[in-house]
Write a new protein. Sequence first.
Lengths: 314, 234
Amino acid sequence: MPKEQGDATGAAMTGVGLARPQGRLKGAPPSIGAAAARHWPLLLGLATMVIPTMIRVAHDSWSTEQGAHGPIVVATGVWLVMTLRRDFMPLIRPGRLGLSLAALAVMLPLYALARLTGTTEVEGIALYFTLIAVAYAYLGSAAMRVLWFPILYFAFVFPPPDTMVALITQPLKIGISKWSVDLLALLGYPVARSGVMIQIDQYDILVAAACAGLNSLISLSAISLFYIYLLHKANWRYALVLMLAVVPVAALANFVRVVLIILLTYYGGDALAQGFLHGFAGLTLFTVALLGIFGIDKLLTPLRRRLAARDAAA
Amino acid sequence: MSAEALEPAPTRPGIDRRDLIFGGAAAAAAALAYARTPRTREMKIAKNALDKIVPKQIGPWHEEAASGIVLPPPDQLSQLLYDQQFARVYVSDTRLAVMFLMAYGSSQDGVLQIHRPEICYPAGGYRLTDTVKSVLPTPGGGVPVRTFTASSMTRVEEVLYWTRIGDALPVSWAEQRLAVFRSNLAGLVPDGLLVRFSTVSQNHDQAVATLTEFARTLLAAIGPAGRAQLIGQP
């Protein structure tokens, strides 16, 4: 355990002015690792929750198409926190203990219940809020406010509840089936639809959730949000506006994918469409989504300038 | 305040009291979860026994080859979900043919649970009417069942089914999860069984009557041991 370098006159050394940084050069960025290592009992305790839960999340969610963005979000999120350390670390003040404990009184039993019944999504959510409550106790609200985006971003590490996802993806799935057929029919293709089954020429295409790529809706949203934050974090009001466009753009990317699959089936047959599905569909999806965000970004430039000016004047 | 200040230096060396509170609470939650994780599997239906529960003659029906039955898709997920599957077609000179499917998963938990037919049928291209909940009258009390009509381009199918999780007979996804919960809190890993009957017919009332009669005759024919396995009560 690292020894404290406080001197004999403990009362005088409370971090003001003369405080000696713990063994690093003046001017170098503060070290998160050293600060965290002081609190090893906390880290040990948290590890008993974090390690088993993350193993289960990795197994249940990260290995699927819906959850593949998990490890990427962890890595990029941690990186974001590291880049922000000069901004948030000076603002660290202990938060209100009572508030944290109240949150934990709800989250810890929920965690235990979810874990023993094998309900991974609730387990993940409970762990997420537990970590936020603990972080608040140590960092305080000023420091946490600097970290607002990484905190929200980390939520993407955990799988969302099935029913919540279905609520959004079901109508989207039906909508995309309808519009892709309407569009192609307008362009003169021999295409028809019954429910979520699309007939083109002599082929049948079932717009299952996977086919429409709606499983990647969440991954797309996560990556888009990260991109928007990196570009526009100085202008946070604009960043929030742009973030509203994320889900529609992801839906649009899926729409393009379905249209492409229908056309590929029509021109090249079943095998070609399936090959595309497994090969390039993911790439197409992400490219279209990011291009979409980029395009909207350009379109909204006047708004961005206005919000930036307001920020500067404030 | 110096820009280099990390956090107020502790006024005395030693372990931060907060660390013990939070670290201890976290470890306690993890320990509680571990201690109360159910480990006893309640398997009511032994390996390869599903086939043997049901006789080949049920009232006026007798078994014929299994074909044309809407099955759970033979993918990775099904292999994980179901340990045993049973599918037979029963025909009769005096009644409509009935397709009889059972799918059994010996370990139900929060993530892997038997899927309700309202999910399989649409995937197969069928359009479903709203499901009707009702109670199948049996000597021991009723069995809550759901019925719905599934139509595709080629046929209209009437479906009647129930699900058993442990000793419970849930009629919805939410009830299913609750049943798993209750078993878990009692320290058990419940098993799950889907029992589904369907018949092809445009005549809704006749179809429902056929399936109801088939189900009741079946339950009467398999005896208390069979009923314990199919509906959780003898």
